[in-house]
Design a protein around this ligand. Structure first.
Ligand code: SF4
Ligand code: SF4
Length: 114
């Protein structure tokens, strides 16, 4: 187990930038694809392809670039990186995206590829 470092923050308002301890350091650009962040979800979007009009509003709004698009048409959701924020379902005007609990039968069926 790593040892905790005690930092005196009582004078924090007067710190300058170089006095702030370094936290997580991003050593490379464009590496977020390597981190499977989909496990953070508690809810997941379900795509109903038959309702989808390929308007791509969901793609525009998704903060995690998790709406998959090929040749201008939506092809699915990247569940490895979707964090379940629900923005896509909120923006979709055609009821083609709904949010369900990660533990629901519907979510489990999608994960199994049913
Ligand atoms: S917003 Fe809805 S209709 Fe538009 S591409 Fe996304 S899922 Fe399809
Ligand atoms: S739930 Fe959020 S992160 Fe996931 S596809 Fe929709 S907008 Fe993107």
């Amino acid at each position: 187990m790593s040892e905790k470092t005690h930092i005196d923050v009582s004078d924090f308002e007067n710190w300058t930038y170089d006095m702030i301890p370094k936290g997580a350091v991003c050593t490379d650009v464009g590496n977020s694809v390597q981190y499977i962040t989909g496990g953070w979800r508690s809810n997941m979007p379900i795509w109903k392809k038959k309702n989808c009009k390929d308007c791509l509003l969901c793609w525009v709004h998704c903060p995690d670039a998790s709406i998959l698009v090929v040749d201008g048409k939506m092809t699915g959701i990247d569940y490895d990186h979707c964090k379940g924020c629900g923005i896509c379902a909120r923006e979709c005007k055609y009821e083609a995206l709904t949010m369900v609990a990660e533990s629901s039968d519907e979510a489990l069926a999608v994960k199994k590829g049913a």
